[in-house]
Design a binder for this molecule. Structure first.
Ligand code: ADP
Ligand code: ZN
Length: 719
């Protein structure tokens, strides 16, 4: 027997299979989609078996494989095919496409070893006379008959399990134990769906559209619709995937699913340990669960017989992977749905422009939930013009402070958003204007108070806080701008003991379980103010929050990206949706220096359709998506002159060989990262069959050049 093996090295030069011979002792273990160990150059590598060739002919040029790694198939036929699709869509190596689908412990590479955990359960020996037992022993036997057979649990009742084992009345069995990721789950009640929700479920069950947008205002009860749909598909014997932007940010949603579907769910998210991920993954692969909830990469969950894929908050940028292979989870979802004869539901209160434009073009179906599920009205939004504020030294308007004070007196809660995207406190000299920058990345450094260091947010470079300017040698260094820590200080000064503030940002959530703890503590009213970055804008549902304040609506308008208005509208609508979700009415206060900007004005009116129309006009004039598609090409080298020359070369070649608009080369905000220079080229196209073949040629041409690296991104998030 011979096999074709794709080895673990993600190098464009060896992105093909190699043929090996299987010694007869291993033949019975060989299956398509398992890992094997093979000799390669002078090393031993792991690789995936992609083909089995039934060929008895001896061939002495072909090497033998060394060993078989897996008993069970790691990549089933559907995933093998999906890998080919991903490779074509992202122009990445095939091996990187397979690796991205798998949890670390199952990627081809012999570095991570994860042990299976085991535990002891007990079983009653058939032929014993139970009538002679003591009461305590009978209690244990009763428990075992009820299905409570874990030895550790039985020991908690009383210790007579040991006697029962010793007397051979029950026997111990060692079984594999999955690491438990669902412990400490909060319970939620099930609701009877309202007519709008019913209608949405019916529409999606009956539609011929592959993809349907569920456009529902914040608090309209989209989660209940998802769960009802899944219930229907489970009854048909099918399975479901639910994607959420980032699980640790949406623990309440996961809780609601677990509350309803219990152990039929596997959860995949970045904060699980490698061992936990490995166990969850095997539960899925073995068909022991029917529902998978997870962030982006859960789209590759090896469920059989998929019926429905739900993508919540579909407009979120985290659904696009920014490393190779640079895939979009929405595209992969559509592909898998096609292959499985399944459906995709995209849920959002503020759909991406791309998605909504597809609804208009009748490529996607549409169902709307226009009211909140409990009939509570959407919160009233006020805009405060910060240019008019008298007290220039405060980050808070008089109005916002008054409203916060009211909430604190009434035992209600406040959420405050500090919109920091694209803006961070930087370090500058007030004498000569010197700005502290990262020596490797050419990006301004951010001052971190807790560690008293200036840090680079791109590469992690850190240096001690400056006191003297390195340029003019004056003692005039200042940290400008403000972060959540500074705002927290200001609030504490104003409200003293009345304010009990909890901060949720990158710094306070870096440890496992930290998010969940903050959210639970805030829900249990240990705090009355939740202050955070965009992390607090999504999915959270607290019944006593009646005021949401946005401290600075403007910063996301300033990011250098054609989507900045869209981001601003989304963020403001999402965070506004956190106010007044239960019986108490809520308000929202937005502080801004751009009170007339349409994305702020229309977010105030909760008018998505008007925003869509307004923004589409601008996109049309500038020929940006959804009126065109974009490909970004980065030409990278540690040699500045070379990067510059080659990027000009590539640009000229593209102009000659493809039929679309080519822009650049340009240097963007991330020009120099980790001592690598990056020149950007942009292709804008509508329909152009010349592009992909030519890009493949370019990749082929540069693949042996180790001084230049090309990075290609279809529909990039950052350009
Ligand atoms: P969305 O995801 O659309 O923002 P949620 O699914 O979080 O909204 O629902 C908002 C709130 O409404 C939740 O507290 C939920 O429990 C409640 N809810 C949902 N459906 C119903 C219903 N049919 N009747 C009563 N309350 C409901
Ligand atoms: Zn850096």
């Amino acid at each position: 027997m011979k096999i074709n093996v794709l080895v673990e090295l993600s190098n464009r030069n060896i992105d093909k299979t190699f043929t090996y011979n299987v010694p007869s002792s291993l033949e019975s273990k060989i299956k398509k989609g398992i890992r094997v160990k093979v000799p390669f150059a002078k090393n031993t590598l792991e690789g995936f078996v992609l083909d089995i060739i039934d060929d008895k002919k001896e061939d002495f040029d072909i090497k033998d494989i060394i060993d078989v790694v897996d008993e069970e198939v790691i990549l089933n036929d559907e995933l093998l095919k999906l890998g080919e699709y991903l490779k074509e869509k992202t122009l990445s190596t095939l091996i990187s496409c397979y690796q991205v689908m798998l949890p670390k412990a199952l990627k081809a590479s012999n570095k991570t070893i994860i042990n299976k955990k085991t535990e002891i359960v007990v079983e009653i020996n058939k032929d014993t006379d139970l009538s002679k037992l003591s009461d305590k022993q009978k209690e244990i036997i009763n428990e075992i008959n009820k299905g409570n057979n874990r030895k550790t649990n039985l020991l908690k009742i009383n210790s007579s399990i040991n006697t029962l084992i010793k007397n051979n009345i029950v026997k111990e069995i060692e079984v594999e134990k999955y690491r438990d990721v669902l412990k400490d789950n909060n319970k939620y009640e099930n609701f009877k769906l309202n007519p709008d929700q019913e209608n949405a479920v019916k529409y999606i069950l009956n539609t011929d559209y592959l993809v349907t947008l569920l456009h529902g205002v914040t608090g309209s009860g989209k989660t209940e619709v998802y769960m009802e749909l899944i219930e229907n598909y489970l009854k048909m014997g099918k399975t479901a995937i639910v994607l959420v932007p980032e699980i640790s940010l949406t623990p309440q949603m996961t809780d609601r699913f677990v509350s309803r579907f219990g152990s039929n769910i596997a959860i995949l998210h970045s904060r699980l340990s490698d061992g936990e991920k490995y166990d969850e993954y095997r539960k899925i692969a073995r068909g022991e669960v029917k529902i998978v909830i997870g962030a982006r990469s859960a789209i590759f969950a090896p469920l059989n017989n998929l019926g429905i894929i739900i993508i919540d908050e579909e407009h979120t940028t985290t659904y696009k992977q920014e490393n190779n292979p640079k895939y979009s989870a929405i595209d992969v979802a559509s592909e898998r749905a096609k292959n499985n004869n399944a459906k995709v539901v995209l849920g959002s209160a503020t759909p991406s422009l791309d998605t909504y434009a597809r609804v208009f073009a009748k490529k996607y179906g549409l169902v709307e939930l226009n009211k909140r599920a409990n009939n509570q009205s959407l919160p009233k939004v006020e805009i405060i013009d910060m240019a008019e504020e008298k007290n220039k030294s405060s980050h808070f308007s008089k109005r916002l402070l008054e409203e916060i004070d009211k909430r604190l007196s009434n035992d209600e809660q406040v959420m405050l958003l500090l919109n920091r995207r694209g803006y961070s406190s930087f370090v500058t000299c007030s004498n000569c204007g010197f700005v502290s920058k990262c020596p490797r990345c050419d990006i301004t450094l951010t001052y971190h108070k807790t560690s008293d260091m200036n840090r680079c947010h791109y590469c992690g470079y850190a240096e001690k806080r400056l006191t003297v300017c390195p340029k003019c040698h004056e003692r005039a260094i200042k940290e400008l701008g403000y972060g959540t820590q500074k705002i927290e200080e200001e609030l504490n000064n104003i409200f003293k003991d009345k304010a009990k503030i909890v901060r949720m940002d990158f710094d306070t959530t870096s440890t496992k379980g930290a998010h969940e703890k903050i959210i639970n503590d805030f829900r249990n009213k240990k705090y009355n103010i939740l202050l955070g970055t965009q992390m607090i804008s999504k999915g959270l549902d607290f019944k006593d929050v009646t005021l949401v304040g946005v401290i600075n609506a403007d910063t996301s308008l300033m990011i250098p990206n054609y989507r900045s208005s869209e981001y601003t509208y989304d963020l403001l609508s999402q965070v506004a949706g956190r106010s007044g979700r239960s019986t108490k009415e809520g308000i929202v206060i937005i502080q801004t220096y751009n009170k007339d900007h349409y994305s702020i004005k229309l977010a105030k009116e909760h008018n998505y359709k008007a925003f869509f129309n307004e923004e589409m006009k601008i996109r049309k004039i500038l020929n940006y998506p959804p009126f065109s598609y974009i490909i970004s090409i980065k030409v990278m080298s540690s040699d500045y002159e070379l990067a510059k020359k080659e990027s000009e070369n590539i640009k000229n070649k593209l102009v000659e060989n493809i039929h679309s608009e080519v822009l650049g080369p340009s240097i963007g905000s991330t020009f120099k990262i980790n001592n690598t220079y990056r020149f950007g080229i942009i292709i804008k196209y509508k329909k152009d069959d010349t592009i992909v073949p030519y890009l493949k040629k370019l990749i082929e041409y540069y693949k042996t050049n180790n001084k230049i690296r090309l990075d290609i991104d279809f529909n990039p998030i950052n350009i």
